[in-house]
Design a protein around this ligand. Structure first.
Ligand SMILES: [Zn+2]
Length: 205
């Protein structure tokens, strides 16, 4: 998470006596900004720009929608700037030439080395073969019968936490070839924050 993409502040005009035991989410609009408001057990109001460009606010359970709208409207300029900065970073990444396999492999191998011990038994003690291809529609694939993982060359341009997620994801296919609940439970047991890591991948392929 980029600290520039998070804004925090106290909430004014909080309502008392509202039934507010349950976390809940709604889509709102204020100051020309469309945002998702989640009320939860927090003290302050937090506004952040997600990696996919959406605006998310979290507020205390008893916060009134009007108070959050006022906060968002007052910081609409901040949102626009953060969005412009994110889009510029994405454009810069998209403009980078696709790395060659020779450039990617050392990076991918290093991540694979760290992940491998957790799968050593399943793989009969043999490391999987890593391949790199210029894939644009997926980040990776796994061929369990060949003990082979193929990774997209442009994955090398992604944040390290996201690269690690893709490698772990593909390793988990050695255990579960599908994307059923058991597969995701295994991913989560290895990377409890996998959803946040996966979210980093949505931009700039
Ligand atoms: Zn998969």
């Amino acid at each position: 998470m980029n600290a520039h993409n998070v804004l925090s502040g106290p909430l004014r005009g909080t309502k008392r006596g509202v039934n507010a035991a349950v976390e809940r989410t709604e889509l709102r609009r204020a100051g020309g900004v469309e945002y998702t408001l989640t009320r939860k057990r927090v003290k302050n109001l937090n506004l952040r720009l997600a990696p996919d460009g959406s605006v998310r606010a979290s507020a205390p359970l008893r916060a009134s929608g009007a108070a959050v709208d006022a906060f968002v409207a007052a910081h609409a300029g901040w949102v626009q700037k953060a969005l412009a900065r994110q889009q510029a970073a994405e454009a810069a990444r998209a403009a980078l030439p696709t790395p060659t396999a020779a450039e990617c492999l050392p990076l991918f191998e290093a991540v694979s080395e760290r992940v491998f011990p957790r799968f050593e038994k399943v793989l009969g003690g043999k490391k999987p073969v890593l391949k790199v291809r210029d894939m644009r529609t997926r980040w990776g694939s796994c061929h369990p019968a060949k003990r082979q993982i193929t990774l997209a060359a442009r994955l090398a341009l992604q944040p390290p936490q996201a690269i690690e997620y893709v490698v772990v994801h593909e390793y988990c296919h050695f255990v579960h070839p599908d994307h059923q609940a058991g597969f995701w439970a295994l991913v989560e047991s290895l990377l409890p924050d996998y959803k946040a890591r996966r979210a980093l991948l949505r931009n700039g392929r």
